[in-house]
Design a protein around this ligand. Sequence first.
Ligand code: NDP
Length: 479
Amino acid sequence: MQKILNFIGGEMREPIGGRYFETDDPSVGKPYALVPDSGAEDLERAVAAAKKAFPAWRDTPAAERAKAMHRLADLIEKNQDAFARAESIDNGRPVAGCAAVNIARGSANLRFFADEGVKFAGGKFKTGKIESYTLPQPLGVVATISPWNLPMLLFTWKFAPALAAGNCVIAKPSEITPMTAYMLSGLANDAGIPAGVLGVLHGKGADIGAAITRHPDIPAISFTGGTVTGRTIYAGAAQQLKKVSLELGGKNPTIVFDDADLYKAAEGAIAAGFSNQGQICLCGSRLLVQEKIYNEFKRLFVASAKEIKIGDPLLAETQHGPMVSKAHMEKVLSYIDLAQQEGGKILAGGQRHIVDGRCKDGWFIAPTVIEGLPMDCRTNQEEIFGPVVTIMPFKTEEEAVALANGVEYGLAASVWTQDREKADRVSAQIESGIVWQNCWNVRDLHTPFGGVKKSGVGREGGRRALEFFTEEKTVSRIA
Ligand code: NDP
């Protein structure tokens, strides 16, 4: 079985304790690689290497740092097919989606933040005789902790701004999908990223993740993952007054008004509901449809959900792969059972899906549509994070907004209507960090990204991520 290694001080290292655990290929339901079960000693080694590298990296001009990051992006692009295949095996997303989204965004994140880092500068102020300027300065050794659902995209999204701002990073990918982070770490030396500037530590969240949270020499943690873990990290970091950025879960509404272009809205709602098997924090898992078009839209949506091609994620034509793990498949199936106990009617999917051939033991769930549930039931309140969409009618704009806001989460929403004023009115009232009008998951990396309510604390995206990874010092004098 292939062995994954930690990347510390510019070298591939075995975990000091010598322990490994298995990681699975979800499409065949079997282990395929070994992951270091890193501990506190590995973290000490990584922190020491990063502290040693920090002064020189901090003092390297941003334009030089950017060159190294662009070279790393070049290497991702050169190896794009290998990365896409590895990500697909590790995570289950069909290979086409891995290439077009997960891996393409990996290099795009590096390029974007490399260039933002060059532009990033402090401000100048003059009031009366007081002249001031500010110096945004890197924090030192910072940590990033990322989840399994978009491994390469989120791994790079977290560490790229930290590097661009002049920090050294200890990055912990998810134990469930460590492969592409490992492959990327193997390219860092060739890209000219100095030893110690980027450390990648693999292991279990509860062990190495918690040790990172507690470590006194790591002043900031950028985390993407579940709300429960986010709360644990927030509490741990509070003990040492660390800076924390938390990008957490979602229970996002897709709102379709009766004046929407129904075909485009159905296509958008399908992408929102089922992309990456519904395992994206931004997925629209609650579909709210205006009464007058409810039946027609439901027919369109259910028919499209049933047409999604489920199968071997390594085949180019596959649209829908397996769930990331057996445990996650079981969790999602238990929510489908719960939905039925709560009175929901299954309109599509609703069970484990068996794929013939190589993937017969894979952890697949067919795209599932459920109707007939009230907004306050658990199915409509809790993040399921799978290919499960509930559909319900609403009468008025006010009711749509109330239903959209009637959950503890507030990450994203999409609104479908041809009435621009209504779209703007509703967008302003929805409690979420992002609203899409007549589209879904359209991203300009300059824009703020993050949630309200239980979906997160803080904003990343553009210069906000660079601000998170720096402290701005004010220097003032009397003219
Ligand atoms: P988890 O919260 O389980 O894990 C996220 C990361 O945290 C993993 O690297 C995990 O390690 C680590 N971790 C787990 N426990 C601890 C701990 N006690 N201390 C420190 N680190 C820890 O999330 P998932 O991986 O299950 O990802 C899915 C979740 O991520 C969903 O809720 C989804 O909504 C959210 N998400 C949010 C996004 C956003 O931008 N708002 C984007 C994408 C996903 P390990 O894997 O080893 O347990």
